[in-house]
Design a binder for this molecule. Sequence first.
Ligand code: ATP
Ligand code: MG
Length: 355
Amino acid sequence: MKLGVRSRVTAEDVIDGLTTAVIALDEGLRVSTINSAAEGLFEVSRRLALGAPLAEAVPHFAPHEARLRRALDTSTGFIEREAKLTRNGSAAVTVDLTTTPFVVGRKPGLLMEMLPVERQLRISRDGLFQTQFDASRELIRGLAHEIKNPLGGIRGAAQLLEHEFPDSQHREYTRVIIREVDRLQNLVNRMLGPNRAPQKTLLNIHELLEHVRRLVQAEAPAGVAVLRDYDPSIPELAVDREQIIQAVLNILRNALQAVGTQGTITLRTRTRRQLTIGPTRHKLAVQIDIEDSGPGVPPDMIEKIFYPMVTTRAEGTGLGLPLSQYLVHSHGGLIECRSRPGCTVFSIYLPIETA
Ligand SMILES: Nc1ncnc2c1ncn2[C@@H]1O[C@H](COP(=O)(O)OP(=O)(O)OP(=O)(O)O)[C@@H](O)[C@H]1O
Ligand SMILES: [Mg+2]
């Protein structure tokens, strides 16, 4: 098939398709290019921004003008990690900012690339989340043990009663006791979580994801598509296959519940370099995104969803995400979430050990 001129992808299309926010400035610090990601991040319109001075077009940069001017005049770029950009004192947008001088024709310009740093990731990075998460997990496990102990006794007694009174009227009651005890037993087992350390084997992450995708596809209603977008260059990594399947499955099932009968779920893989998780900086990590087109996590819930027993579903137990987070933590990894209506992304980061 011949590609017509109109269907050819231009450099502008590519820049516009990037998830990194990009703004280019001319020699007068006026906006010469701004992509969709930057429009979304700073909530500005391209139509108004193009040609306008940066501080006016994107007020977040007003306090940084002098510094950008210097970078332009001296042709020296800079990188700032976790730069906090605020607009008239409103909530900060935190980004990793890379500024690079360039020359178009004879005129100098400045290219700014901004990668948003997710709040959830920052919380996890400073260790506070980990401490609270460990504490709540201990609490839940302690509680589960206390509940679990008498359950065996209750079940045994109900069975004895059934033998003593074999008539059908009493049997009805003992059946209720046994059924409810079994339900509680299932719940406390989930509350206790896995009781073994990961048994790692070297495997291809895409083979594992395809396995999970097939499982979920079978459960999905006809109007729900489970798509994939894999980076084939990801090397094999050492993980506990069963545990990571469980971790991904919990998130995928939530996505399935979120989209209902109509929507899309995308499984995406990427490599990440120099990623800091907790106290450790990893040279290489894999990022597995599970994205869904559902209504999103309610804003007042987003900080809490990784804690146990937090649920908005009538039949939910609120144990899926904390279990996933625990399993990924025990692989030295981390799960973060960002969500808005129509686009919820859970990202699983797993370090890849390099020799
Ligand atoms: N993809 C998603 N879209 C919207 N909300 C979500 C999504 N994933 C999770 N949530 C929210 O997070 C809550 C907690 O999820 P979690 O998996 O821990 O528990 P649950 O699904 O409610 O119950 P369980 O998984 O134990 O059956 C959910 O009740 C829901 O409110
Ligand atoms: Mg769930």
